[in-house]
Design a protein around this ligand. Structure first.
Ligand SMILES: O=C(O)C1=C[C@@H](OP(=O)(O)O)[C@@H](O)[C@H](O)C1
Ligand SMILES: C=C(OP(=O)(O)O)C(=O)O
Length: 433
């Protein structure tokens, strides 16, 4: 049965949001802490589906950890090397978490066993062939269980490193996965990136975390990477996860469209996440942004459409497509082909739903162009089981019409409390209370 959530028009936006931890950082730190040589205490861990899938997999792989404070604190007992797997024929279900299945594939290719990685239906449509090809170049034996290039996959191990190439144009998560595995490989690894590398700031997140766990990777302009093998990640006593910059985008946008002012706590200009750049894009569109120590503030102002390449911030870029509805003139978002390969075909999904609320939308293979509606249409929004479509379209309640969001629970992938948080900064007209 499909459930739905009706969001009534909001009159004003004002307040403070305390951000949950970053998905990208949480899953990387949980994995690397598990491979490290001691105990790591991680605070502000995100409590969401993507992280539960990683934690469940780590448990099945023999990692001991304790969770506290509603799963936001995790004490991990690292194994100081590869997983010590007792059950040699495991199946790990990873939902639709790209940040779980892809790095785990690379790490599990380093030891010998029979481990199947699988996920939900959409995961079986998300390509992983480029990563498998790179691992095979380094000796890995990996089989596709249903369809070539897609999960589920069966890993036999055999990966030793050496000279490999990886394609950069589909997902940066492939390179991230190779980088996380490389220090534990028997041989030194040389990775050469073929073609353009998409979503580059996520590589900085990876390099930064790897570096914090005591391993240095050298590279030339994100094209050629060198990683000595036979290394050990060194556990860190305490790691504090930054707030999630992609999740911040919805509240920054809400303020820009309908504020008042919203103060977002948990990130600032020093964030290691590329999606922090969203605030600068919003500023370019006209919003008033100010930065402080561990917070960003955004205040409403007249918004104007822009023409931008947002390849580097694909997740937060979706929120710009919604801000475009409230801006003067046309907004074009370019170089976003890989939107099509994520939780849904996000270019087609966004175009379809944006048209429902009255926008005139042009969709290309790698761009979307949005002309705002003269008058908003109240609509029932299909969310395609994509958390970001649900969170983006909830902002339609900042127009003069209500919006109904189908399957609102899908936000649990990265932000289970999203609607509660949005409500906490929303003020309603007296008559709708
Ligand atoms: O490495 C990461 O944490 C991520 C990288 C990005 O994916 P792509 O590199 O596939 O664009 C992003 O969309 C995803 O939500 C998280
Ligand atoms: C693309 C996303 O997720 P994943 O980490 O599964 O790729 C996302 O969160 O928008």
């Amino acid at each position: 049965m499909t459930t739905s959530l009706l969001l009534k028009p909001v009159q004003h936006i004002q307040g403070t949001i305390l951000l949950p931890g970053s998905k990208s950082i949480s899953n990387r730190v949980l994995l690397i802490a598990s491979l490290s040589n001691g105990i790591t205490t991680i605070t502000n861990v995100l409590d969401s589906d993507d992280i539960h899938h990683m934690l469940q997999a780590l448990k099945l792989l023999g990692i001991h950890y304790q969770l506290y404070k509603n799963n936001t604190v995790c004490v991990i007992h690292g194994v100081g090397g590869l997983f010590q797997i007792n059950n040699h024929a495991l199946t790990l279900f990873l939902g639709n978490a790209g940040t779980a299945i892809r790095p785990l594939l690379a790490i599990l290719s380093l030891s010998n066993h029979r481990i199947t990685l699988t996920g939900d239906n959409r995961m079986h449509e998300r390509p992983i062939g480029d990563l498998v090809n790179s691992l095979r170049q380094g000796g890995a034996i990996i089989e596709y269980k249903i369809k070539n290039n897609y999960p589920p996959i069966l890993i036999h191990g055999g990966y030793v490193g050496g000279k490999i190439t990886v394609k950069g144009n589909i997902s940066s998560q492939f390179l991230t996965s190779l980088l996380i595995a490389a220090p534990l490989a028997k041989k030194d690894t040389y990775i050469s990136v073929e073609g353009i590398l998409v979503s580059q700031p996520y590589i900085d997140i990876t390099l930064n975390i790897i570096n914090n766990f005591g391993v240095t990777i050298t590279h030339k302009k994100y094209q050629d990477f060198y990683i000595p093998g036979n290394q050990t990640y060194k556990s860190i006593e305490n790691v504090q996860i930054e707030g999630d910059a992609s999740s911040a985008s919805y509240f920054l946008a809400a303020a820009a469209i309908k504020g008042g002012t919203v103060c977002i706590k948990g990130i600032d200009a020093n964030s290691t996440q590329g999606d922090i750049e969203f605030a600068y894009v919003l500023e370019k569109m006209g919003a008033k942004i100010s930065w402080g120590d561990n917070y960003i503030k955004c205040t409403k102002n007249q918004l104007t459409g822009i023409d931008v390449d947002l390849n580097h911030i694909p997740d937060a870029a979706m929120t710009i497509a919604i801000v475009a509805l409230f801006a003067k003139g046309i907004t074009t978002i370019r170089n976003i082909y890989n939107w099509r390969l994520k939780e849904s075909d996000r270019i087609t999904a966004m175009a379809t739903e944006l048209r429902k609320v009255g926008a005139i939308v042009q969709e290309g293979i790698d761009f979307i162009s949005i002309q705002p509606p003269i008058k908003f249409h109240s609509a029932i929004i299909e969310t395609y089981n994509d958390h970001r479509i649900a969170m983006c379209f909830s902002l339609i309640c900042l127009s003069e019409v209500s919006v109904e969001i189908l399957n609102p629970q899908c936000v649990a992938k990265t932000f289970p409390n999203f609607f509660r948080e949005l409500n906490s900064i929303s003020q309603y007209p007296i008559e709708s209370l």
